[in-house]
Design a protein around this ligand. Structure first.
Ligand SMILES: Cc1cc2nc3c(=O)[nH]c(=O)nc-3n(C[C@H](O)[C@H](O)[C@H](O)COP(=O)(O)OP(=O)(O)OC[C@H]3O[C@@H](n4cnc5c(N)ncnc54)[C@H](O)[C@@H]3O)c2cc1C
Length: 432
């Protein structure tokens, strides 16, 4: 059985970036365990691909995501330039439709400042000014953030994998974790193909499965999760140019971690609308609604007997969910949500679906969505759960924070290498 100092479960953008930092800083035997044939096959490629500027994130409740996004921006920009990864500065309008939304936008301006966005990058505009800049867009007021970028997080992850491999990390692909058991000083990880490895320490970055992996290690048993599929439609030319910038709107249901469908200018030149947020029973159901019967039944049982039941008896949540369902079943319903701000848009302009992705959100025992990233651990493992948007944006800085935390807890008591790294670790930590 192969033995490792560190096993990272999950080869998404998070696990891959953590493997890069640790392999760049230390001489350890590290593996990244990934059940697919390559890294970034799930949320890390199936997303809106916007490198977000965190003006819309509450610096109190979303502190970790806000901090890591602002620091990561220039790290991604550097890597994109060096590796010829698309970096398209589209700018973003965040639209409001009434006086209440205007108040929210004013609050966003304040948050943007606290979160470190330069004043020169954020403008608060009235609807008339927005229509001058984007003649097909209608709104009451808006924020324009000029530094918003469209890029490709899958391409970033694959580049970081190459760097991590150069440092000696082994990527164990097509290895689906079945069970995890403590054995004296080590932990044995067994896979679906009946092979196994042992490791002194485990970092769980399994995305939509991270809570299930924590449960396997008897952690966070009081929490449950729900999975929401975000679907997109691609605009066909010439209608893809109805607006030049990416457009988001102030969310109708503020208490929930979803935004209404946006108008997205992609780095590959396409324009998409989406995502909605349709509940599905497990984190990888990209078409259909139920997946396999056993998974669907077990999720249903978990909902009826667990934390999420409180949510499903909340009328506001049910009203939001029914709207999301409708815009999954009916393209017209989805496009109607976009007509609210681009009235000229018509369902027939969208003939092809974009790539759907799934957000997995953790529910507290009180039946509430967890707002920020959840971190937990014990003496042989560290778990990152609820790592949602703008998680891809924040990955390089957030991963450095995780490494610093592990250093401070004494889990990385090894000699540091004196080697040039792709990004400067101390610079990232000093900005935190
Ligand atoms: C629809 C949507 C839109 C989004 N838009 C944006 C955006 O515009 N900007 C932004 O910054 N963020 C966005 N995000 C969020 C961002 O994509 C995620 O926060 C980020 O990709 C999470 O990365 P991850 O590595 O934690 O998860 P993942 O990419 O899901 O990686 C987890 C990996 O673990 C593997 N795994 C799981 N279970 C096992 C197992 N048992 N054995 C072995 N391997 C396993 C999976 O195969 C997967 O590769 C969006 C997300 C979605 C879903």
């Amino acid at each position: 059985m192969s033995k490792y100092d560190l096993a990272i479960i999950g080869g998404g953008i998070l696990g891959t970036t953590i493997s890069y930092w640790i392999s760049a800083l230390y001489d350890l035997k590290i593996c990244v365990i990934e059940k697919e044939s390559d890294v970034a096959m799930h949320a890390s490629s199936r997303n809106t691909a916007v490198v977000h500027s965190p003006f819309y994130l509450d610096p109190k409740t979303k502190k970790v995501l806000a901090k890591s996004s602002i620091i990561s921006y220039s790290m991604w920009e550097k890597l994109a330039k060096e590796r010829h990864i698309p970096w398209l500065k589209t700018g973003v309008f965040e639209l409001g439709f009434n006086d209440d939304h205007y108040k929210t936008l004013k609050e966003f301006m304040r948050w943007g400042k606290i979160n470190g966005i330069p004043d020169s990058d954020l403008e608060l505009l009235d609807g008339e000014e927005v229509s001058k800049r984007e003649p097909n867009v209608k709104c009451h007021s808006a924020i324009f953030c000029k530094r918003e970028v469209s890029s490709d997080f899958g391409a970033f992850t694959r580049e970081i994998k190459k760097e991590s491999e150069k440092n000696g990390t082994q990527f164990l692909l097509n290895k689906n974790v079945k069970s995890i058991e403590k054995n004296n000083d080590d932990t044995i990880i067994s896979f679906q193909d009946n092979s196994d490895i042992s490791s002194s320490f485990i970092i769980n970055c399994a995305g939509g499965n991270s809570l299930a992996i924590a449960h396997k290690m008897e952690l966070a048993k009081e929490y449950s999760d729900l999975h929401f599929r975000g679907e997109y439609w691609i605009a066909s030319p010439p209608h893809n140019d109805l607006a030049k910038s990416t457009i988001y709107t102030v969310a109708e249901f503020k208490g929930y971690p979803f935004l209404d469908p946006h108008w997205i200018k992609k780095a590959d030149g396409k324009t998409e609308v989406g995502p909605n947020a349709v509940p599905v029973p497990s984190p990888e159901i990209y078409s259909g609604y139920l997946g396999d019967v056993n998974t669907a039944l077990s999720k249903l049982k978990e909902i009826i007997t667990g934390n999420a039941l409180k949510l499903f008896s909340n009328t506001e949540f049910l009203s939001m969910i029914s709207k999301e369902w409708l815009s999954s079943i009916s393209k017209t319903a989805m496009i109607k949500r976009v007509q609210k701000f681009i009235p000229k848009v018509k369902p027939e302009y969208f003939t092809e679906r974009g790539t759907a992705g799934i957000r997995s959100t953790v529910i507290t025992p009180q039946g509430k969505f967890v707002a920020d990233v959840m971190e937990l651990g014990n003496d042989n493992s560290f778990h990152i759960i609820n790592y949602n948007s703008p998680g891809a944006t924040g990955a390089p800085a957030y991963s450095a924070f995780v490494v610093k935390k592990l250093q401070d807890k004494g889990f990385l008591n090894y000699t540091l290498k004196k080697k040039e790294t792709m990004w400067n670790f101390d610079d990232v930590i000093n900005q935190a």
